[in-house]
Design a binder for this molecule. Structure first.
Ligand SMILES: NC(=O)C1=CN([C@@H]2O[C@H](COP(=O)(O)OP(=O)(O)OC[C@H]3O[C@@H](n4cnc5c(N)ncnc54)[C@H](O)[C@@H]3O)[C@@H](O)[C@H]2O)[C@@H](O)CC1
Ligand SMILES: Nc1ncnc2c1ncn2[C@@H]1O[C@H](COP(=O)(O)OP(=O)(O)O)[C@@H](O)[C@H]1O
Ligand SMILES: [K+]
Length: 508
């Protein structure tokens, strides 16, 4: 499923009209059908629809007429301007609404509005959609604040009003919805923070723009959902052997951080890698070997609890002989760790860099340009800030631009971790749909690194391996959360959930 920006959605509507003779009015009727379906699920008797002055508001008027014609729900409409200020299609529904005697309030005072919201059981937010293009103020601001203060459940039409469709930013204020019914294709802003925190559950409704139109408008943005994940699963032949399933070397750990490496290796073992070897400083080997009997190990002499670069010959020899290398989990920060990363970057093998490996990389970014094999980076927002050398606010307010700038400059697959993890390569973006707040604990990222390493060893396509790893990691958390409280979830539970995640993804 493609994810769209506002500009492409407008183009889609225009092409539907001009080349396929599909009038906007028909699309609006379908949009209103989809909204009505959602309203009916709430089993309420009194609904208030708040309408702005564009097509989003017109969808709201269309919904009002449908609810009046097809249900016994009592409908009230709040309009933030006169009927003749609406677009032509909206005026059609406005006239029907008048003829049907639907209760409507044009620019009501705030006290009246609050009373109306209070007596309603469900609100439908049709103030702004993809046309929002400046900060919200004046009456619109007060209305949105009143909607949020009412405590009533809200269904947003297309996108919560106040959220920018392309960036997910709040322009002044925004409606907090329980559900967003988004039309044709989901909008970027529904998945980027903070928009992702305002939209509630997302329902995607086909309103009848022909598929050929949407395919023509290739955005390069894709929703990482069950359908896609299923397609990305690496085949496992009946006559597979440990070598055909890929070999991986995972390098990491340091004094006090053996757990990070252990989680990463375990996740790799649980995710289908044929042969997994890990390399760690000798001082933590005892802590690892008994808990990782299925993996092979290389002990490297240590220097104050970290790898000693002088004694890494066996490690680099092994690195030459595996399909994939992962570096960083729990490796700590030292000059030797930086040296080791430098040497790994020169090896012509796929390389996954995580955690402290990303710290070392941030001081040696130009080396990425010399890479001849795939490189996957898995930063969280803090690590991304360091890689881009920007402050938190700048990154958060325009995360996609920074992420695309990065992959345009460096030949990498970028896994930008967060509530909705983003996977990027030049010109391509996938947005993950799995995962939950149970993952907000140390160790979750190490598990992800191990899973991506295993999938890379098996299918060798960095963008796909990274995407599938992110999807399954979130799905493992979602499935585990059916019987484990978010509070109680640790990397152990997550690893235990990997098998169920694979089974679910294998389901057609
Ligand atoms: N165009 C089409 O063919 C269809 C559009 N649809 C709906 O139309 C929406 C997009 O419609 P529009 O492009 O008319 O845009 P909107 O309905 O989002 O609103 C745009 C109007 O609000 C004004 N505006 C923008 N920001 C403002 C602000 N901060 N304060 C006050 N006024 C502001 C604009 O100048 C414009 O007049 C979609 O989200 C979707 O809900 C659907 O009806 C399906 C068909
Ligand atoms: N609230 C959340 N919702 C969804 N996923 C989350 C949430 N919090 C954390 N995660 C996921 O958990 C992982 C955490 O990674 P990271 O911050 O590197 O953890 P660690 O410190 O354990 O390595 C990422 O994959 C991230 O997407
Ligand atoms: K809206």
């Amino acid at each position: 499923m493609q994810v769209m920006d506002g500009k492409r959605m407008r183009e889609a509507d225009a092409i539907a009209l001009e080349e396929y003779q599909i009038p906007t009015l028909l699309l609006m009727d379908r949009a209103a059908d989809a909204l009505m379906k959602e309203v009916l699920r709430w089993q309420v008797k009194r609904v208030c629809i708040l309408c702005g002055l564009g097509n989003n508001g017109s969808d709201g008027l269309a919904l009002a007429t449908q609810l009046q014609r097809f249900t016994d729900i009592s409908v009230s409409v709040v309009m933030l301007g006169e009927g003749n200020q609406m677009p032509a299609d909206g005026q059609v529904y406005y006239q029907i609404m008048r003829a049907l005697n639907i209760r409507s309030f044009i620019q009501p005072g705030l006290e009246d509005l609050r009373l109306l919201l209070h007596e309603s059981e469900l609100l439908v937010d049709c103030l702004f959609g993809t046309g929002l293009n400046r900060g919200i103020d004046g009456l619109f601001y007060d209305v949105i604040e009143s909607v949020n203060a009412s405590g009533k459940p809200v269904i947003s039409c297309d996108i919560p009003s106040g959220i920018h469709a392309d960036t997910g930013q709040v322009l002044g204020t925004a409606v907090k919805a329980k559900v967003t019914v988004t039309f044709q294709n989901p909008k970027l802003g529904l998945y980027l923070e903070p928009g992702s925190l305002y939209c509630g559950d997302i329902v995607i409704a086909d309103i009848g723009v022909p598929n050929v139109v949407m395919e023509r408008l290739k955005s390069g943005f894709e929703l990482l959902d069950q359908e896609l994940a299923h397609r990305l699963l690496p085949p496992r032949a009946r006559n597979a052997n440990k070598y055909t399933c890929g070999t991986a070397l995972i390098i990491g750990g340091s004094k006090g951080m053996s757990g990070a490496l252990q989680m990463c290796v375990k996740a790799c073992l649980y995710s289908g890698c044929g042969l997994t070897t890990y390399a760690a400083p000798a001082c933590i080997m005892n802590a690892l070997t008994s808990s990782l009997p299925q993996a092979m190990s290389i002990a490297v002499s240590d220097k104050q609890g970290h790898f000693d670069n002088e004694f890494c010959d066996e490690l680099f020899k092994a690195a030459q002989n595996v399909d994939v290398i992962a570096f960083g989990c729990g490796a700590g920060r030292s000059e030797d760790v930086e040296r080791i990363l430098e040497r790994l970057l020169l090896i012509d093998k796929p390389l996954i860099i995580d955690a402290d490996g990303l710290w070392a990389l941030s001081r040696r970014l130009p080396l990425l340009k010399k890479r001849r094999s795939a490189t996957i980076l898995t930063p969280h927002m803090g690590e991304m800030q360091r890689l881009c050398a920007v402050d938190k606010n700048a990154l958060q307010s325009d995360v996609l631009r920074y992420a695309f700038d990065f992959v345009n400059e460096y030949p990498v697959t970028l896994v930008l971790k967060g509530m909705r993890t983003l996977i990027l390569e030049k010109g391509r973006l996938r947005i993950n749909t799995t995962g939950n707040e149970g993952l907000a604990k140390g160790g979750s990222g190490d598990v992800l690194c191990g899973m991506i390493t295993a999938l890379m060893a098996q299918q060798k396509q960095a963008f796909d391996a990274a995407s599938l790893g992110v999807y399954l990691h979130g799905l493992a958390a979602d499935l585990q959360s059916q019987h484990t409280a978010f509070y109680a979830m640790t990397a152990n539970e997550l690893i235990q959930g990997i098998s169920d995640a694979f089974l679910a993804a294998m389901d057609e």
